[in-house]
Each structure stands twice: as C-alpha cells, then as structure tokens.
Write a protein that binds this ligand. Sequence first.
Ligand SMILES: C[S@@+](CC[C@H](N)C(=O)[O-])C[C@H]1O[C@@H](n2cnc3c(N)ncnc32)[C@H](O)[C@@H]1O
Length: 536
Amino acid sequence: MLGEEQQRGRQILALARAASGEVDNNLSVDARAAFCLSLLDGVPHTGRIGLFTSSIEPLAVEERHYWTGVFYTLLLSAETRRTQATYFTPPYLANAVLDLAIGAGFNLAQHDVLDPAAGGAAFLSTIAARMQQAGLEADDIVYRLNGIEIDPGLAAISRSLIQRRLGETVAREMIVTADALRVKPLAAYNLVVANPPYGRLHVDELPDDNWKAIAHSGHINKYAVFTEYCFRMAKPNALLALVIPSSFRAGPLYDRMRSYIRSNGQVVALGSVDGRKDVFVDVAQDVSVLLVRKGASHKTSVPVSFPVLGLGEIEEPQRRRLPADATRPWPTPAPDGEVLGGATLADYGITVRAGYFVWNREQHRMAEEGDPNAYPLMWAKNVKAGKLCRPAAKKGTGIDFVTVDPTSSAIVRGPAIVMQRTTNTKQPRRLICSRVAPAVSKKWNGFITENHTIILTGADPARLKLVEALLNTAAVDARYRRVSGTASISVTLLRELDLPLPNAFAEAMASHGDDAEIAAVAAYGSGAKTRTTEHA
Ligand SMILES: C[S@@+](CC[C@H](N)C(=O)[O-])C[C@H]1O[C@@H](n2cnc3c(N)ncnc32)[C@H](O)[C@@H]1O
C-alpha cells in the first residue's frame, strides 16, 4: 500500500509531466529556467500548467522548490536527464541527510559547504534555511554555501531558490556553472554533500587519472568518480555526506571503492533509503546515504550507524562494525538477535555460476532444432517461481536453439535450477528461480542458459528441489537484500548467502507439510549462532 505522501507525490508528478508538454520547446535555457521560477510567483495559469501550479501551491516551501526543479528537468530531453542524472533529492531525504551530518558535528554557525552536483539546490537551500533559523545573517550564509552545476538552467534555478529561502537578493554567485570534474578547485570545505550523477563512464571521458584510486578500468561509474572528487574537496576531518546508488555496498566490482573510502576516513553512518520506487522521479534503484569523516583510515573497532531513512519516523539505528576485510561488502544489518542459519549453497552440494550465452554478441550461433550440436536455450523469462522451467522462444512460439561444441562446459546436462540474474525492480522478490524439468536434459542431452540467468547445479535431485523451495522464500530473499543493494543478483553473494542447515530445512519442510515459507523461518530459527555486533 502506498502511503498518503507517496500517492500525493505521484499525482503531482503526473500533473507536472502533463504540464511540461504545454511549455514552448523553443525557449532558451535562461527563459526556461525563468519560466519554472515564475511558477512560484502565484501568477495564475490556465490549462495543465494551472493544474500543476495549484497542486503545489498549498505545499511547504521546500516541497514547492523541489517540484520547481523537477519541473525544469521534465523540460529536458530524456537523454539529457539520464546522462546528467537530474534526479533530485526529495526534501525529507535532504533533511535527513543534513540531520545526520549535524549529528556528526557539522556546525551550521561556522562551517562551509560544497555540493558539486547542486541540481535544484536540494541540499544548499535546506542548509540555507537551517542556517537562517539558527540566527545567521544572509551575507554570512551565502559566503559559506558553494555549489557546482553543469546545467546552466539548474544553476540559475538553484541560485534563485536559495535567495528565495533567505528572502534576500545576494550578490555572491554561490553556484558555479561548470563540470565539477574539470573545474579548478577553489578551496576545501567542512562538509561536502552530494547526490552525484551516476552511469558508466569510459576512461577516455575522464579528464585525469584520479578515478584509478577508486574504480577498476573496465567498470567506472560516475558516482565513484564523484566520491573520489568529494574526498579531495573536503578539508582534513571534514564530513562527506553522499546519496549514492547502493551498488557500492556489495558489488564485487566496487571493492576498490569500499577500500578507498575506508582508507580515507571513518565511516560514520550508512543509511538505507526506504521505498525505492518513490525516492527519485523516474529512477527505480536503491540508494544509500554514506556519511564519512575524512582522515585516518576507518577503525573497524568503531561501529557504524545504519539508519533507515524514510518518510515516517526514523527509528533508533542499529550499530554494527564493518567487516575487517576492507574489500568485503557492507550489508544492512540483520535485526538484533537474528539467528544465523550457518550454511551456504555449497553445504547443499550446489554449484553456482552465471549463464553462458550472450545473445546480442553471438546471434550467429542461433540454430534450428536438429542442427548439428544444437541445444535448447533457456532465457531468463522462462523462469517462473513455483513452476518447472522449460525452454521457450524469446519471441513467438517454439524453442530457440544454439550451437555449442558438445564438449563445452556451458552445456548443462544434469539436474539444475535456473535463477533470473536481473530482476525487474517492480518484482516483489529479488531471488526468483525454478527447477529445470528433467525431461529437458533427457530429450536434448543438455541445454544452454543465457547470461541473464544464474545456473545452480547439484548431483542430488532431492536436494535441488529443496534448494529451489528455499531460495524462493521471503526469509531468504530478505537476507539476500540485506547483503546486496541492487536488482542484479551476484553469483559471489549468492554463494556466500547464509542459509539454514540442510537437515534443519529438510526436517522443517517435513514437519510443516512442505510449506517452504514457514519451514525456512523455522529452520533459520534452529541455528545456533546469533548476530550481535559484527556481520558474519
Ligand atoms: C542526481 S542530481 C542531484 C542534484 C541535487 N544535489 C539533489 O540532490 O537534488 C545530479 C546533478 O548533477 C548535475 N551534474 C551532472 N554531471 C555533472 C558534472 N560533471 N558537474 C557538475 N554537475 C553535474 C546534474 O545536472 C544534476 O543536476
């Protein structure tokens, strides 16, 4: 069920989208920014724009400002929105991030701030308002707020929104229009706060080699590059407060980022953001809030706070140590006292690997049934939890076949489970798997799976059936979600996932009439070790 706030947000977004279609496409950037700002001025509008302005009129000032920025982004092309990642931090989250920073020592009366991807000034205007509430003069405030924004229209909107929050026109250009990664740094700051852009980058797109400290050459994400940049812009002992995709917490290719962060400061808090679909307009990915104090490397003995930041009340956060190994994932802690199952898939005799066939690179290998060395291809969409998995064509009817050397290890011949490797964010479960119908291998002497699947094999069909039931339960899904922040399933994390002991689960299935959901909870509960202060 959607909360009232979420529903209202969706309605306003729908109105904003409809209204954006009525704005003249040929406006210059300045005129477009000015038009968006004029929506705050109470000028009556007709049509869809009127509907949108009346929907935001009764809102609190920070909400109105947020929607003004969002409205501007709806006037950009979808391509620009995606490459610049113009998805703004909603006010509740900007406030929660600021509260975390203040709790960790950010001093509104003394410190200065940089947001190198300022967007619609979500952070800077919130800080301006808080500084003003703390009794500071506008002149003082504007000298301590600094932003960089690549989009000139957004930079203009940001400047204006901050002035409106302060109720004064100020002379200082607080927001510079520039590419943060290419502009010469002017100073270092007490707080660097950002919801940076993200998306894959190629080495050639980067102005220097600084990314090498934080990313692998074949896997450079903009948000990792910005994180490294934010560390450089921070004074010694300064705080960094970053709203970034959760993929860095567990992704095997983000090991360098995790160790970079730990080598350059003390991780103070790692917040999860509730309700991923409604955090950013148009974006359905998990985000985390990372708070770090720049300085000596992270002391593992000092616990990190793991708050859950949502629209409702923020509960007392759990505190846990990060794993001793700097490259290990940073999972969300399990509830206090949760029992460790104590087993992994290997204890069930299961081997896990990624699907083999990359369709768009190897189309020439597509074949017909009966062709020499042709094996049926299992697509991710053939996997439906609770049903036996059988090959079915990607398009139309029939079955797709692929030619593979019959000695290739890519051919699966024995009992197997296929799991979807990338789950749609709308799907309620991350782990979705199904057992391959035994008739498949019998009929074609094996099959091939595509690379959007994960293949789990084991010699014992009874064990495999047990594992299929277990992996499709909510209890296992919840544990997987805590270690991984993304919709794509990691083979490594799956191999390491904590499961109940095989005998405990088999017995629980027998005594609960094969109800896997109840059996999984019961079998985890029979484990001997509880989590307390440190992750497994
Ligand atoms: C995810 S949005 C966040 C904006 C804002 N700080 C917020 O939290 O709502 C990222 C912003 O960074 C801007 N941006 C993208 N690439 C940039 C770059 N290289 N330098 C500066 N700003 C950039 C985008 O235009 C966008 O406004």
